[in-house]
Design a protein around this ligand. Structure first.
Ligand code: CU
Length: 460
C-alpha cells in the first residue's frame, strides 16, 4: 500500500507483540544453549510489499535471549549472509574478549563458530546483540540484525505484578518498492536515521492495560543513529535501571529520558486513571550536517490504553534495588578526542576519528591493566553528538563538562554507552576485569564503520 507521496504506508494500531524467545536447548540446569543463524529473510512492513532484510533465525528484531545470572551460555552462530563477513557482539556484557564478536574475529560468509561464556553474579541487565564486522556493522544492523539479551537476577526486587515488557526500538527507511535503500551521503555523515520508528518491529502498536496498573518497561535504542528523547506524557515515570541493570534506588518523578543510540533504560510507568497514554518523542538537537535533518520531535511510538476499574492492589517499589559501589578515584587518566574531517576528491568522503586516527584493527591504541580503575576523559569538539561505547564492561559517569559548567550525575548507574554532546567533555571511571583486546567507539554505526573506533589491550 502506498501513501500520497508514493512511499509505503505501514499499518498502525495493532496490539503490541511480544518478541519471540530463543528456545533453550540445554538439558542441564544453569546452561543456555541455542543456535543463531544470520541470513536473508523477507519482511512484510507495508501491505502487499515484500522487504528483503537480514534476520537472526528469520526474525527481525532477533529473538529475545533470556538467561539467569550464573548461567553458562553456548550459542552456535552461522553466518548465512551472502558475501559478507559478520560477528555477534554481546553489547555491554562481561564476556571474554575472544567471545565478544570483535571485528578482528570475523566469521566469513558461510562459516560458523560458537560463542561461549559464563555470566557472573551481579550481571543482570538489559543487554543486546548485534553484528560487528568492520565496515559492515551499520548496514547489517539497519537491514535487521539486532536483538535483546536479558540477564535476569536470581531474585528480582521489582514486583512481578508490574510485568516485564521489552520495548525494542528500531528505525526503518523503505523505498517505494518496499526495499531498503542503500546508504546515502547524509547517512554516512550523520548516521542513518530511518523514516519510521518501530517498537518490537511494529509501527505505533497499542498496549492495553487495566487502569491503576504499573508497568515495567525495558527500553532499547537499537537504531543506527537516532537519538530518542522519550516521554510517557503525564503518566508518572520512575527510572529503575540503566545499561548495566538496576539502579541503587528508584528515581521518581522523571518526565523524560534521553537514549542515544545503543543506550537502554528500565522504567516503571503508572497508568493511574482510565484513558489514553502515549510513548512519544520530544525534540532533541544532536547536531546535523547538510540537508535532510529529520523532523522527529513529536512522534507517537506506542499508545497505551488504560481501561476498566482502577486496580488498587499494586505493590510498591522497594526503596533500595541493589548495591552499586562507587568506582573510586583513579591514578591513570586518559583522554579521547573525537574528530571529523572531509577527505577524498573534493572532500566528498568523511573521516571519523578518535585522537586524530581512524580505526586500524592491527593497531593497539591504548593499554590498560585488568582490574585497575582508570579515568577516561572523552572530549567532543565536533559538530555532532557522539555516543561513546566501551566493550566488555560497565563504567560510571564521574562528571560532564560543558557550557563552562561541570555537573555530577544525578544518580549512580552502570553504563556501557554515554552520549558526549557537542562541546562536552564526559569523564568516566572505567575498569576492565578480563584481559584481551576491547573496542571503544562511537555508536552512531556509520561513524564507527568510517573509523571512529579504537582498541584497548587489557593486560593481566
Ligand atoms: Cu559518532
Amino acid at each position: 500500500m502506498s501513501g500520497m507521496s508514493g512511499m509505503p504506508v505501514l499499518p498502525e494500531g495493532a496490539p503490541l507483540r511480544e518478541l519471540p524467545r530463543l528456545a533453550n536447548m540445554a538439558t542441564e540446569g544453569g546452561r543456555f544453549e541455542a543456535a543463531l543463524t544470520a541470513g536473508v529473510a523477507k519482511a512484510r512492513f507495508a501491505d502487499g510489499l515484500d522487504t528483503p532484510i537480514l534476520a537472526y533465525n528469520g526474525e527481525s528484531p532477533g529473538p529475545i535471549i533470556q538467561v539467569t545470572e550464573g548461567d553458562r551460555v553456548r550459542i552456535a552462530f552461522r553466518n548465512a549472509i551472502p558475501n559478507q563477513a559478520s560477528t555477534i557482539h554481546w553489547h555491554g556484557m562481561p564476556v571474554p574478549a575472544d567471545q565478544d564478536g570483535n571485528p578482528m574475529d570475523a566469521v566469513a560468509s558461510g562459516d560458523s563458530r560458537t560463542y561461549e561464556f559464563t555470566l557472573p553474579e551481579g550481571s543482570a541487565a538489559s543487554y543486546w546483540y548485534h553484528p560487528h564486522p568492520h565496515g559492515l556493522t551499520a548496514e547489517q544492523v539497519y537491514r535487521g540484525l539486532a536483538g535483546a539479551f536479558l540477564v535476569k537476577p536470581k531474585v528480582d526486587p521489582i514486583p512481578a505484578a508490574y510485568g516485564d515488557t521489552v520495548l525494542f526500538l528500531t528505525d526503518l527507511r523503505l523505498a517505494a518498492d518496499g526495499s531498503l535503500p542503500e546508504q546515502s551521503m547524509a547517512d554516512l555523515m550523520n548516521g542513518r536515521v530511518g523514516d519510521q520508528v518501530l517498537v518490537n518491529g511494529q509501527k505505533k502498536p497499542v498496549l492495553t492495560v487495566q487502569s491503576g496498573t504499573r508497568r515495567r518497561f525495558r527500553l532499547f535504542n537499537a537504531t543506527n543513529a537516532r537519538f530518542l528523547r522519550l516521554t510517557f506524557g503525564d503518566a508518572p515515570m520512575t527510572i529503575i535501571g540503566s545499561d548495566g541493570g538496576l539502579l541503587a534506588a528508584p528515581v521518581q518523578g522523571a518526565t523524560e529520558i534521553l537514549l542515544s543510540p545503543a543506550e537502554r533504560a528500565e522504567v516503571v510507568v503508572a497508568f493511574e486513571k482510565a484513558g489514553s497514554f502515549a510513548l512519544k518523542t520530544l525534540p532533541y538537537d544532536r547536531g546535523w550536517m547538510g540537508p535532510g535533518r529529520p523532523d522527529d520531535g513529536d512522534l507517537t511510538l506506542m499508545s497505551v490504553e488504560a481501561q476498566g476499574a482502577a486496580l488498587t492492589e499494586m505493590p510498591p517499589l522497594p526503596e533500595a534495588l541493589r548495591q552499586i559501589p562507587e568506582l573510586a578515584e583513579s591514578t591513570v587518566r586518559r583522554r579521547f578526542v573525537f574528530g571529523e574531517s572531509m577527505r577524498g576528491p573534493g572532500g566528498m568522503t568523511m573521516a571519523f576519528m578518535i585522537n586524530g586516527k581512524t580505526f586500524d584493527m592491527t593497531r593497539v591504541d591504548v593499554q590498560m591493566r585488568a582490574g585497575q580503575i582508570e579515568l577516561w576523559e572523552v572530549q567532543n569538539p565536533t559538530d555532532m553528538d557522539h555516543p561513546f561505547h566501551i566493550h566488555g564492561t560497565q563504567f560510571q559517569i564521574v562528571e560532564v563538562e560543558g557550557n563552562d559548567r561541570i555537573s555530577k550525575p544525578a544518580y549512580r548507574a552502570w553504563k556501557d554507552t554515554i552520549n558526549v554532546g557537542r562541546g562536552e567533555t564526559v569523564r568516566i571511571a572505567v575498569r576492565q576485569e578480563l584481559p584481551g583486546l576491547r573496542m571503544y567507539h562511537c555508536h552512531i554505526l556509520e561513524h564507527e564503520d568510517q573509523g571512529m573506533m579504537g582498541i584497548v589491550d587489557v593486560v593481566a
